[in-house]
Design a binder for this molecule. Structure first.
Ligand code: M6R
Length: 606
């Protein structure tokens, strides 16, 4: 979603701002803009790519303080006028905003009645005019911003610059902002990615915080006016490589990073001798694990699919009821919360608004939530306080890949940990931990010989729709495969538990319809074969993802073998061909793989 970058210091601001915008592109956007102060405030904004904005900038677009923004349209269409920064009518104040101002309509109406000419359709623009009003009435910049935010309802991460003032005022409520600390220079960004190469120290603003940032000082305060001491925290230096390197797309790079990402996730957490796994950050003793009544997991999109795999592993190994919920539904269904239960919020970004809202709902009702999160220090991670990081490293492609595998790995470890605290034997624990430890190597092995993906691409790229089938632990993998192909290749896809197919979706099948079936070597395989026969009898083309050496390959029109592992861990292997099919099909259809239309990397609005 929208991205913010700000710079103030002794160097030229524009190169930092443009580079920051590029690093924020992965979040998804449709326009961008930049403002620098050099005497007056100069602003440029443009729909389309950051490169288009850059090419339109005058040669001399200089200043040592500036703010910039990538916009993902919510209020108002994709136009230059709606792009940020927005300026006061005298051009002396400029503002960028992430989030949604819920009472924007009434604020805009009032401003218009007072004679302010609004130049955009955005909710954000109201803020800059209100700040201007306050300044005209004699308020200092910080007071003007504070008073304005007190009138606003909704979420914001904002940066504001004022002509004649060497400072940036920023504020957060529901939309993250991080201040990167330098020597004689400071940065502000909506996530840590643009700061990785610039600084090792950051201040993460909390909801309700404001800050005045100059080149050599940062003063934080609260909306009620109290000044605060904000904690300086180190940037995670294990975060890994965020550049594209030799890969044409982040998605392909991230698919190939899975073996290493999985190693990072598993390292130090498996105790093979004792057949156990330990996720220390969860803060759960064996005693507590023995007593819990149930486990609930929450997520959206790919994180939801990982949660669905996780819940099956947990229920199987610990013999405790476990359920996965769509975050956006959970929150609004007035859920009954058991305070002894374990709740997990699963999220790559740690910023997904729906999941954050579900976390707050549980906490409000006295429950505890633990994060299963990738981005260190993200909002959900901090809101939960406890949890386990999945250590995937930066994931920049909108289509999530390596985060899925690591979420599944982390939840599998939890399954073993809770299982061992309850009835899982040491022997079985040893078998499972040994097999889990080998998964990264097997992923490596598959990726070096991925099978006839090109044939699958031919079969699906012009299809009216693609049906994905799987049973048991493979049902969420089928859903994940469908989501991937839909979101980056724009092909309508339907995912169904294989046994449910005959109750409806079978009507879609006609001669040549592609059906992608996930059938690892588990106890449900024979049942899946029956579903394959039902599809084949209607002329469907069967693309089968199965275990290497399994005779089930004979059932396939296109067979894609993956290395053999414990069926419980098969999703980390069977998902790989799905990711590659989506990637190669999107390429064949000339789609923008890393930045699919209408989508954002982290969805920070409900
Ligand atoms: O950051 P999160 O894991 O919370 O994001 C959840 C979904 O928005 C995300 O998985 C989305 O579905 C991806 N585009 C899937 O590839």
């Amino acid at each position: 979603m929208c991205g913010i970058i700000g710079y103030i210091g002794d160097k030229k601001a524009t190169p930092f701002l443009i580079d920051g915008l590029r690093r924020l592109e992965y979040r998804g956007y449709d326009s961008s803009g930049i403002a620098v102060i050099n005497g007056g405030i100069s602003v440029h904004k443009k729909t389309g790519k950051v490169s288009e904005l850059e090419s339109k900038l005058p040669k001399k677009f200089e200043g040592r303080c500036g703010i910039a923004h990538t916009r993902w349209a919510t209020h108002g269409g994709v136009t230059d006028a709606n792009a940020h920064p927005h300026c006061s009518s005298d051009g002396k104040i400029a503002l960028v905003h992430n989030g949604i101002i819920e009472n924007a309509r009434s604020l805009r109406n009032r401003l218009e009645k007072e004679g302010v000419k609004l130049r955009s359709d955005t909710d954000s623009e109201a803020l800059v005019h209100l700040i201007h009003r306050e300044v005209e009435n004699g308020a200092k910049p910080l007071t003007a911003v504070r008073r304005t935010l007190k009138r606003a309802r909704g979420t914001w991460g904002i940066c504001v610059v004022f002509e004649g003032h060497d400072m940036i005022i920023c504020a957060r409520n529901g939309s993250p902002l991080v201040i990167g600390i330098g020597e004689g220079e400071n940065w502000i960004a909506s996530d840590t990615l643009p700061l990785q190469s610039l600084t090792q120290q950051v201040i993460r603003l909390d909801d309700g915080d404001l800050a005045i940032v100059t080149s050599d000082s940062i003063q934080t305060s609260r909306l009620d006016g109290r000044f605060t001491d904000s904690e300086v925290t180190p940037l995670d230096d294990d975060w890994g490589e965020a550049e594209l390197g030799d890969y044409p797309h982040f998605m392909l790079k991230e698919i190939h990073e899975q073996p290493e990402a999985l190693r990072q996730c598993l390292t130090g957490r498996l105790d093979i001798k004792d057949g156990n796994a330990r996720l220390g950050g969860l803060g759960l003793s064996s005693k507590k694990l023995q007593k819990i009544p149930h486990v609930r997991l929450l997520g959206c999109g790919t994180a939801l699919h990982a949660a669905q795999v996780g819940r099956l592993v947990i229920e199987e190994l610990a013999r405790v009821p476990a359920l996965a919920h769509v975050s956006s539904e959970f929150r609004h269904n007035n859920p009954v919360i058991e305070t002894d239960a374990i709740h997990f919020a699963v999220s790559q970004s740690g910023e997904t608004a729906d999941t954050l809202a579900a976390v707050k709902e549980i906490q409000l009702k006295g429950g505890e939530v633990r994060g299963v999160i990738n981005v260190v220090g993200s909002t959900i991670a901090r809101q939960c306080g406890k949890g386990c990081y999945i250590h995937s490293g930066p994931e920049q492609s909108v289509a999530s890949t390596k985060a899925f595998s690591n979420m599944v790995a982390a939840l599998s470890m939890f399954g073993i940990q809770i299982g061992r605290a309850r009835s899982l034997s040491r022997e079985k624990g040893k078998r499972l931990t040994t097999s889990l430890q080998k998964v990264p190597q097997l992923v490596d092995q598959y990726l070096s010989n991925p099978g006839p993906i090109d044939k699958v691409v031919k079969a699906v790229k012009n299809a009216k729709s693609v049906l994905f089938l799987g049973r048991g632990i493979s049902a969420p993998v089928a859903r994940e495969g469908a989501l991937k192909l839909m979101e980056i290749a724009y092909i309508p896809c339907l995912a169904y538990p294989a046994g449910e197919m005959k109750h409806g979706p079978i009507a879609l099948l006609e001669e040549g319809s592609p059906v992608i079936v996930v059938a690892p070597n588990d106890s449900l395989k024979d049942k899946t074969v029956s579903s394959i026969h039902e599809c084949r009898a209607r002329g469907a083309k069967i693309i089968l993802i199965h275990e290497e050496g399994d005779s089930i390959a004979e059932e396939a029109d296109i067979s894609i073998p993956v290395p053999s592992t414990d069926p419980m861990f098969s999703p980390m292997l069977t998902v790989l061909p799905m990711q590659l099919i989506a990637y190669q099909t999107a390429l064949a259809l000339d789609c923008d793989v890393d930045r699919p239309r209408n989508l954002a990397k982290s969805v920070t609005v409900e």
